[in-house]
Write a protein that binds this ligand. Structure first.
Ligand code: NAD
Ligand code: TYD
Length: 355
């Protein structure tokens, strides 16, 4: 029997990881610690919430007392740490929130794990989920390897870089058994519609402008979220302590090409004439510090752990669009209320640009 703490399990990637672990390992007890911020949504886990090996704890990783109390009470064998503030545009509007959750929250968890595990002979693992954005922009044509120096350009990526450093420090200084993975952009069901793909599907459906930052030439490497969850499962069970693994889809897209593809599929599924929504494309002022290109070299995880993405982009992309179109209520539930305030703040003051 294993007791695993998954933080941020009510969010986009976390909910897919929780589902995978709960279903695949009925002999594990899975504890999902989540504060339920604007993007944490228990609806994402409705299908597994009554399973006997699933437990939800509402709590804030920044709250030292709560974190210590939970570790003391449950004596976890392992931690998969996903809880974070995760959106670059929000980090530009409010960096402090990112420093609190992503840095202080991570250090709180590291300290609690160290305290709890220091006199134990059992095997433990603190597994930290991070992003390829810590490496900065891959402008020189090559892809990020695990040895690429950190060079973050947004408050989000700086806070994740700092949390990665602390994870390594806890390994090197205190001997905490840690692993880090740095993954490229995820897409799929249950992503909060502030990120490019769900936001644009939502706007196409509602015939609202599609705000393309800058010239739309930035490149991202897209991975289907269930492939990321399967990589996390692989690393959790077979990764080597103290190591870092990059995870990516080997699937680079220029934003504007991805958006054209998205319009084509969404228009088709909505039975609109081909190209109907192209007129919604609106070029707007660029994001500050906007990284031009992210590209992952995932050869280490492939060679050492045998992990590779399974879902072809064409398949995952269509599945994703269908999911958002079929789950209108989910989208409506998360885009009312305070989300509207963020939308106004981020988009209404952005000047339109001619291309
Ligand atoms: P998300 O924003 O959808 O979910 C984050 C979750 O963390 C939410 O459920 C939220 O309620 C919870 N949370 C936030 N602050 C908390 C706090 N103080 N205490 C407890 N819970 C808190 O994020 P996501 O896209 O699922 O990303 C999950 C992790 O994966 C993050 O660490 C992110 O940096 C990393 N990551 C994301 C991507 C991506 O493309 N989305 C790519 C690589 C890595
Ligand atoms: P996003 O989904 O926010 O992920 P990240 O910034 O972490 O890569 O954005 C993906 C790309 O899409 C990025 O280059 C910024 C761009 N983008 C837009 O052009 N318009 C938008 O409204 C958003 C949210 C993103």
């Amino acid at each position: 029997m294993k007791k695993i703490l998954i933080t941020g399990g009510a969010g986009f990637i976390g909910s897919h990881v929780v589902r995978l672990f709960v279903d695949k390992y009925p002999d594990y007890d899975i504890y999902n610690l989540d504060k339920l911020t604007y993007c944490g949504n228990l609806e994402n886990l409705a299908d597994i919430e009554n399973k006997p090996n699933y437990h939800f704890i509402k709590g804030d990783i920044v709250d030292t007392e709560v974190v210590n109390m939970i570790f003391e009470k449950h004596q976890f064998d392992g931690v998969v740490h996903l809880a974070a503030e995760s959106h670059v545009d929000r980090s530009i509007l409010n960096p402090m929130e990112f420093i609190n959750t992503n840095i202080l929250g991570t250090v709180n968890l590291l300290a609690a794990a160290r305290h709890c595990w220091q006199n134990s002979n059992q095997k433990h693992l603190f597994y930290h989920i991070s992003t390829d954005e810590v490496y900065g922009s891959a402008d020189n044509g090559s892809a990020f390897t695990e040895k690429t120096p950190y060079n973050p350009h947004s408050p989000y990526s700086a806070s994740k870089a700092c949390s990665d450093h602390f994870v390594r420090v806890y390994h090197d200084t205190y001997g905490l058994p840690t692993i880090i993975t740095n993954c490229s952009n995820n897409y799929g069901p249950n992503q909060f519609p502030e990120k490019l793909i769900p936001l644009f599907i939502h706007n196409i459906k509602n015939k609202k402008p599609l705000p393309v930052y800058g010239k739309g030439i930035n490149v991202r490497d897209w991975l289907y979220v269930e492939d990321h969850a399967s990589a996390i499962d692989t690393v959790f069970h077979h990764g080597s302590i103290g190591e870092t693994y990059n995870i990516g889809g080997n699937n680079e897209w220029k934003n504007i090409d991805l958006i054209h593809n998205l319009i084509k599929i969404t228009d088709c599924l909505l039975s609109r004439p081909e190209g109907d929504s192209l007129s919604l494309i609106t070029y707007v002022a660029d994001r500050a510090g906007h990284d031009l290109r992210y590209a992952i070299d995932a050869s280490k995880i492939r060679k050492e752990l045998g992990w590779e993405p399974k879902i072809k982009f064409s398949e995952g992309f269509e599945k994703t669009v269908k999911w958002y179109l079929a789950n209108e209520q989910w989208l409506n539930n998360v885009t009312t209320g305070i989300y509207q305030d963020y939308y106004k703040l981020n988009y209404e003051n952005r000047d339109k640009t001619e291309q």
